[in-house]
Each structure stands twice: as C-alpha cells, then as structure tokens.
Design a protein around this ligand. Structure first.
Ligand code: WTA
Length: 638
C-alpha cells in the first residue's frame, strides 16, 4: 500500500474515494492475500441495512496477518509483550513464533470441539495468549467475542448467552497494578447461568488456586502438549463473521456489534497504515507501535492485533496500568523499548498530567515520532500537555475519532500530512463521507456549523449487524436519519471544514474512554433491594472526561438520612456486581422524586444541568408533573 505523503495526495485520494469508491477500495484490497478474488466490490443499502464488501472473495485474515509475512519478515518481532511487573521478563514473539503459537492454539480449540461458525468467549488478561487466542479463533473460522477483563460475572453471562458461546478461554487470575484479580472464579460464577458452554480452557498466569470442573474445564498448558504447530487456515467468505464485540447503547443491554472478515481486515490495516504513516518497506524494521488500550475494546482489536499484524508491523502489548509502579510507567516503556508511536486515551493523559512532570523527567522519549489519541474528546489542556511534554513539539498529535461500530478510524489527521488543531479530529479519511444533520434530519451544509454526525456512504469496516437482532441494528443506527448511518455523536465543523466531535447526543456516557449506557447503570442500581427508582446522567469530570451521577429513590425501609453512607456503598457494590467497577457512580444523590413529564418520562435535561452545577438555567419546567421536586433536587445536589 502506498502511503499518502502530502496534503495534495490526501485530497486526490479523498476525491477518488468519493468519485469511485469501489475502484478506490478494490485497489487497496488487492494488496492482501485472497484465496479467491471477489466478484462484486460493494453492494449496499442503508435501509435494511445490507452492506456487503468484496462479495465472493475468499480469505483467511490470519494468512494475511501471519503466513503472508513469513517469507519476508519471519524473524521480525510481531508482538512485544511488557508484563505488569517491570521486574518480570517480557516476551518478544517474531512472526514465525506467533504463527506457530496461533496454530497450536487453533488446534487446542479444535480438540475441544470448536468448529467454524462457533462462538468463543475470551476473558483474559493482557498477555500474549489473548492475542494468540483471538487469532486462533480467526484461523479456524470461529467467531471471537472478547469480554474486557474488568466486567462482572453477570456481564460475561449476558454476553455468552446472547451469542450462545460454546467455549470460554480464560486464565486463573490477572495482574493489574498491585492487585491480583480472579478471572476463572468470575467465569465460574458467570457459567451458573450459561448452558451453551461446553468447555472452559484455563491458562495459568497468577497460580491462584481455582476450581476445575471435571468434564468441562481443561488447562491450556496440558492441552498444548497434545497439538502440533500445523493448522491450515479455514477458507472464509469475505462476509463471514470475524468477531462480535459488545458495546453499550442508550437502551437495554449491550449489543453485539458484528464485523466480517474481508472489509474489517482491509479497513483496520488501511487506517493503521495511513493515519500513523506506518512504513513496512522491505528490509527495514518497522516502527514500534504501542497502543495502550485493552484488547477487550475495539481499539485493541483493530490497533493492537489486526491492523498492525495485517500490515506486517510490530505491536507492543502491555499487561499493566499507567500508574504502576508509578505514573511514569508509559514513559518507562517508551524509553525501554524505544517506542516510535504511542496511541492512548485522553483520560490516561489527564491522569498522568495530574501526577506531575517529575514522572516524565529522566525518561528518554526521543524515539517517539507520533502521538495518537482515541476514545473521547481531548481537551485543549491535555492536547498541549501531550504535545509539549511527551512529543516535545516534534511529534504530530493525531486525534482519531471512531467507534466500535466503525471498525477503524474515520476522522483523523494523517500524521505529518494534515495540519493539526488542538481538540479537532480534523478531516475525514479517504472513503469517509461525513454529514451534519439537524434534528429534523436536514443536512447542514457549509462551514462554521454544528449538528449530529452521520456518514452517508459505507466504508469496508462498518458494522454489518448486531448479533441475533438485525432490527436493533437498523433502529439504532439507520432509522433516525433515513439513508444515513447515525453515529450518536454531536459535532462541529469549523470555518476550515475541520471536525470537532463534541460528545454523545444520546444517553451513552463516556467514562474514562469507556462507553456506558445510562439505562444499563440504572438497571444495575435498581437491582439493589432498597432502590425504587433511579436516573443516571453524566457530568464533566476532570480526569475521566465524564463522571456518573445517580439520582436514587429508596423505599421506606431505608429512609433518607438513615445511614445513607452504607446504602451508597451497597449500591456501589451492586453496580460492581452487575456490570463491573467501571460503571460505579461517582456521585449518588438520594431524592424523593424525579422530574417527570405528565406522560411519565424523566426529564434528563434538568438532571444533567443540576449534575453539571448549572442550576440557574434549568429551562422550561412547566411541563413537569410536579415542579416541586426540582427544588428539592437542587438543594441536595452534590
Ligand atoms: C467517542 C472507541 C471525541 C465518541 C474507538 C464515540 C471520541 C465513542 C473520539 C465510541 C475522539 C471516540 N474524539 N470522541 N477522538 N474517539 N470518541 O465504541 O463519542 O468505545 O461515539 O470506540 O467514543 O466509543 P467506542
């Protein structure tokens, strides 16, 4: 793939992608290894919706991520692993080693009954085996559903049941900072309600004692003794499902976003190479790319595993957290491994900024060439801190906007090509046609305008459906504005035509870069015995971007003012139990009523204002059933 080197080249590529999208993407897709070429590049409508890229094409993504590189870069590092504890030796896997381990793992899955099309739940720490398992599933055509290691047993169970997974791959425990976290125990709790699971494959990481159920549970290390490193890749259709990844929406339980083999591969690799100017010319060691996300999120799928490997790159996988042993850990890793590109979230930048520059000092960051940001809007202060103190004003900051549903980056500067502007994701990548619409769905043209962000033409990485419920996919993304994909984000297009994503316009929160639905948190709070009703909104939070503010009505048995601290702690424990620690409210306010319209709808706008501390401008409250509750809530605001 030839890289875009100048702004003129970007504009030319963009024009081509709009004038003839099929020719544009066909040319890029041709650079991959297809067992059989596709017959139709694109077939789509956003009504059903039905989106098919590279129809008739046959491939296996792991042949592209592994086998294809064995002739040219077998001994080049594919994955560099940095453990949680800096004193523990790391691991470097070359392409040859990774290929062998993926084949072995694929054979373990096969031995345990996994066949093409089966769903495999992966609940693991950030160890090489996680990437290996993901690729092993893809190798044999099994569909992986990775569940972030911070989710609760209940969340795992919901995801397993929704996808009817047959096998879980997990570990005994996980290291996270100075904590040791049980994994297998949590899976055991989940599996009480998961009849579809036939096998649990357990990797050893922490040597925490675990219960191994005869007939169901096996040790990975034992299984590996019985397999060889030869495993032919399954031939997949371009539109066969590659993976499911659950993500939160404004209503109901998280939905399983579905990505398929051909389009996702092309898009993850193209955006990786383009945005980060990732050069894999033969004969050179490509840059070391450090994406700090967890593979449990889409960022890890696309930019730790598939994008870098499909490109023949070297990806650094870090098990730990940015603040262990201290807030200099990222910079320690950059220094130690000579990282060239770092890709992290604004929440991490803000928290490290808060820890002070003494943690940056003493680390040699001269290897860095590009700084990436992802997951949430980056505020100007964090942008400049990153640019000044980490990049020393010599590395472009690429603020990349995208979503689980988009498979890869949609709006972003191209490093060293697009002029950056703090807090702006800048311009759409080639192939992406953004539009801003008003509440009535009318397109807002011109510059210096704001609206809801939609995309009007498909790109190869767009989601195809939501698992088991196509109607939900249609309703969520394609019904608000007929003919357009609706992102759920608000957006400003400034006088230069640059895009700044201003945040969600639906009931989805973005807490520390994690997507959480307000309805999900409310359901979890309502599971607590003493809770009658609750309403959850977001509010600006210095480090997390958004904090979670919960208004809670309790019953008479647990009166307000009576040991409310304990009730709060019980509610927090309930949310941790139902979803996981990431969804714990930062603030809980007990109230006796919620502002509701006469038709019973909670007026979140008012609750949001109060949570933001903006009580002077509550707007029109005359339509409320009982305007009196607003005063009470205002008085008790935290
Ligand atoms: C938000 C993460 C502003 C946005 C890749 C989006 C951003 C949601 C940015 C998707 C950015 C992501 N600037 N906001 N650069 N990147 N977002 O599915 O609200 O976990 O809709 O995907 O994060 O979150 P998700």
């Amino acid at each position: 793939m030839s890289l875009i080197k100048t702004f003129d080249q970007y504009q030319a590529a963009y024009q081509k992608s709009v004038n003839d999208p099929e020719a544009f993407w066909a040319e890029i897709a041709q650079e991959f290894k297809w067992r059989k070429p596709w017959t139709k590049t694109l077939d789509w409508n956003f009504t059903d919706p039905s989106i098919k890229w590279f129809q008739g094409g046959k491939l296996n993504i792991t042949e592209n991520c592994l086998d294809r590189h064995l002739t040219t870069r077998a001994d080049q590092p594919a994955i560099v692993w940095e453990p949680n504890d800096p004193a523990e030796p790391g691991v470097t896997l070359t392409y040859r080693m990774l290929h062998d381990q993926v084949c072995r793992m694929a054979n373990v899955l096969k031995r345990n009954g996994v066949v093409k099309g089966d769903r495999v739940c992966v609940y693991m720490p950030m160890v090489p085996e996680l990437a290996i398992t993901v690729l092993a599933c893809a190798r044999i055509g099994a569909i992986h559903s990775v569940v972030f290691g911070g989710f609760s047993a209940q969340s795992i169970a919901d995801r397993i049941n929704d996808a009817q997974c047959k096998v879980v791959v997990t570990s005994d425990g996980a290291y996270r900072g100075n904590k040791e976290i049980p994994m297998k125990d949590t899976v055991d709790d989940a599996l009480i309600g998961c009849p579809s699971i036939e096998r649990v494959i357990v990797m050893t990481r922490t040597r925490t004692p675990v219960a191994m159920l005869k007939g169901r549970d096996v040790w990975l290390e034992q299984e590996l003794k019985h397999v060889t490193a030869t495993c032919e890749a399954e031939e997949m259709d371009a539109e066969d499902v590659l993976f499911i990844l659950y993500t939160s929406g404004s209503t109901g339980k998280p939905k399983g976003v579905v990505h398929t083999c051909g389009g996702y591969m092309v898009y993850a690799a193209y955006t990786f190479q383009t945005v980060f100017q990732y050069d894999t010319s033969a004969g050179t060691q490509p840059p070391l790319f450090f994406c700090t996300a967890d593979i449990g999120w889409i960022t890890g799928h696309s930019y730790i595993v598939y994008g870098p490997l499909a490109t023949g790159g070297t990806s650094l996988l870090f098990e730990g957290v940015p603040t262990f042993p201290d807030a200099g850990r990222f910079w320690d890793i950059v220094d130690k491994h000579r990282v060239n590109i770092i890709y992290t979230a604004p929440t991490a930048i803000r928290s490290l900024m808060g820890a002070g520059l003494s943690h940056v000092a003493g680390h040699d960051l001269s290897s860095l060439q590009i700084l990436g940001s992802v997951g949430e809007p980056i505020n100007a202060e964090a942008w400049h801190w990153y640019d000044d103190n980490i990049g020393k004003n010599r590395c472009p900051v690429v603020d990349t906007w995208w979503q689980t549903e988009t498979g890869g980056i949609l709006i972003s500067p191209i490093a060293n090509v697009t002029k950056t502007k703090p807090t702006f994701a800048t311009l759409p990548l080639p192939g992406i046609q953004p539009v801003l619409v008003d509440e009535n769905g009318a397109e807002i043209e011109g510059n210096g305008v704001s609206g809801n962000l939609c995309i009007k033409f498909p790109w190869p990485g767009i989601l195809r459906t939501t698992w088991g419920d196509h109607e939900r996919c249609r309703q969520t993304y394609f019904s608000a504005y007929p003919g357009l994909y609706f992102t759920g984000d608000g957006c400003l297009r400034d006088e230069d035509g640059y895009y700044r994503i201003t945040g969600r316009v639906d009931d989805v929160l973005n807490v520390s870069g994690h997507r959480i639905g307000t309805a999900e948190v409310e359901n979890a709070i309502n599971m607590h015995t003493g809770v009658v009703e609750s309403a959850v909104v977001g509010y600006p939070h210095d480090i997390k971007g958004q904090g979670i503010y919960a208004y809670v009505i309790t019953d008479d048995e647990q009166p307000i003012g009576h040991d409310t601290d304990l009730t709060k702690r019980d509610i927090l424990a309930t949310v941790t139990r139902v979803i996981g620690p990431i969804a714990r409210p930062d603030k809980i306010q007990f109230v006796t009523g919620l502002p509701k319209t006469r038709s019973g709808k909670i007026m979140r706008r008012i609750l949001r204002k109060i949570a933001e501390g903006d009580t002077a401008n509550l707007g029109d409250t005359s339509t409320l059933l009982d305007p009196g509750v607003v005063d009470e809530i205002k008085k008790g605001a935290i």
